[in-house]
Design a protein around this ligand. Structure first.
Ligand SMILES: Nc1ncnc2c1ncn2[C@@H]1O[C@H](COP(=O)(O)OP(=O)(O)OP(=O)(O)O)[C@@H](O)[C@H]1O
Length: 456
């Protein structure tokens, strides 16, 4: 839809913002209504036949949390999941703007806005086809779309020799019922690989049950894993199957196995050895029919030497060992993963970004990726949401930690200097981003990113 045909509603409790926006937009749109009180939103959305809503993120009652803005965004999308909503946010709030887009907003504009930019953002939002886009409610997705999204989540990108080798072994052992242990740093894809083994096994049609042992308290361990009978303890109001029983015929994935205390290791070992479980409070044992996959980010061999992990338990669970190398050691995967996530997120958020510059690929390959694939995935997601260009540039990628061995004290001093310069420039130009960015020799987007990085 063209802007000239659009009916627009603006909700902001700042009358100056309302009148400035109306003055600008009424020259371009079919109609523009303004409203100070967000409580009227449900009525207006139901009756107003609007094509687009500009919604303030921070009402004065709730100055900085943005909570009220999210509340109203949800209400609008509950009433009309296809409504285009552009959030109006203050310049320090990029984090919140990203959350808003993830929650279904079509886009955001930063206050104070440039008129041309506001018009361009609204025009682009009106052209966005909501089907499958950010503004559509999950329940509106067809089964086919849900299946496609699920398959996408299961895609394993493997370009490097190291990763190809891991996949090759994983697919070969999948057919056997051997117990598998997957080792690797956080975010290297252990859960994803465990699911892959399950999907390539004879058990693929049966359940895949994940248990995060790191998140399980000592007191809950037995009842969660083995189940309980009614009356076994105060809160046991009825009989309940444990996770081992739920996984019957399929695979149980025990994540963070290195976090288990020694007494719990002993309990788990008994179950694996006997191949049966007994629900808490019962004396009847149930035969186990599960394939066991465990994972840890700890150095489990070292834990055995230090006697914090039982050797006999390790022997039981590590029939096959799959080692996922950290991302910094598989350069070919970095660009392949970045491409994969670029496509996925530009589609998900309806952003026109479709390429990554070679300078950015180089920057990614020099980075040490302490959070591995999960970190890369989030970095690309943010870059796709924030970028104004079709091709992602080095400045578009916000990386959390300094790069590898080059992270010397001098590196941090430089960061401090950069932060100080930005603060000075912002003071000098009374918070005017355009002028401060010009003074610093940066684009507005690059300045926003740095301000966000330094929490300014
Ligand atoms: N080879 C891959 N190709 C594409 N995406 C991947 C790949 N490996 C992992 N991912 C994605 O990276 C994210 C992190 O993966 P996963 O949760 O499997 O890691 P993990 O090692 O189990 O993490 P943690 O140690 O924190 O439990 C997930 O979103 C997953 O889909």
């Amino acid at each position: 839809m063209q802007l000239s045909e659009a009916k627009i509603l603006i909700i902001d409790d700042d009358v100056d913002v309302l009148s400035a926006a109306k003055l600008l937009l009424k020259r371009h749109a079919k109609s523009v209504d303004i409203e100070k009180n967000p409580q009227k939103l449900p009525f207006l959305v139901t009756n107003g036949e609007y094509n687009l809503i500009l919604l303030d993120m921070n009402f004065t009652r709730d100055v900085n949390s943005g909570r009220e803005g999210f509340h109203w965004l949800d209400r609008i999308l509950d009433i009309n999941p296809k409504m285009k909503v552009i959030m109006i946010t203050a310049y320090g709030d990029i984090e919140m703007a990203i959350r808003a887009i993830k929650s279904g907003a079509t886009d955001f504009v930063l206050k104070p806005w440039e008129n041309e930019k506001l018009l361009a953002t609204i025009s682009a939002a009106l052209l966005v086809n909501n089907a499958g886009g950010a503004g559509i409610a999950p329940e509106e997705k067809t089964k086919e779309e849900t299946k496609k999204a699920k398959n996408n989540a299961d895609t394993i990108v493997a370009t490097s020799d190291a990763m190809k080798q891991v996949l090759f072994t994983a697919e070969r052992v999948a057919a056997t019922d051997a117990n598998v242990i997957i080792l690797g740093e956080n975010g290297t894809g252990k859960t994803q690989l465990a699911r892959h083994v399950h999907q390539h096994s004879q058990r693929a049609e049966k359940p895949f049950v994940t248990v995060d042992l790191g998140a399980l308290s000592e007191s809950l361990f037995e009842s969660e894993l083995f189940g309980h009978v009614k009356g076994a303890f105060t809160d046991a109001k009825e009989d309940r199957a444990g996770r081992f029983e739920e996984a019957k015929g399929g695979t149980i994935f025990l994540d963070e196995i290195g976090n288990l205390s020694l007494p719990l290791q002993a309990k788990l070992l008994t179950v694996i050895q006997d191949r049966k479980v007994t629900r808490v409070g019962s004396n009847k044992s149930i035969a186990l029919d599960v394939r066991l996959i465990c994972a840890t980010n700890m150095n489990i061999e070292k834990m055995v030497q230090e006697k914090t992990f039982r050797q006999d338990l390790l022997y039981r669970i590590n029939t096959i060992e799959l080692d996922l190398p950290p991302l910094r050691e598989r350069h070919e995967d970095i660009s392949a993963l970045a491409d994969f996530y670029l496509k996925q997120f530009s589609k998900k958020y309806n952003r026109p970004v479709n390429d990554i510059s070679s300078a950015l690929i180089k920057k990614m390959q020099q980075y040490n990726w302490p959070g591995n694939i999960r970190e890369l995935q989030h970095a690309i997601e943010r870059a796709v949401i924030l970028s104004q260009e079709k091709t992602l540039q080095p400045d578009d990628l916000f990386l959390k930690s300094a790069t590898g061995p080059a992270a010397t004290a001098t590196g941090f001093d430089l960061e401090n200097m950069e932060k100080t310069l930005i603060v000075k420039a912002m003071k000098r130009f009374n918070g005017n981003i355009t002028d401060a960015a010009r003074e610093l020799g940066l684009s507005r987007a690059a300045l926003y990113r740095r301000m966000e990085k330094y929490g300014l």
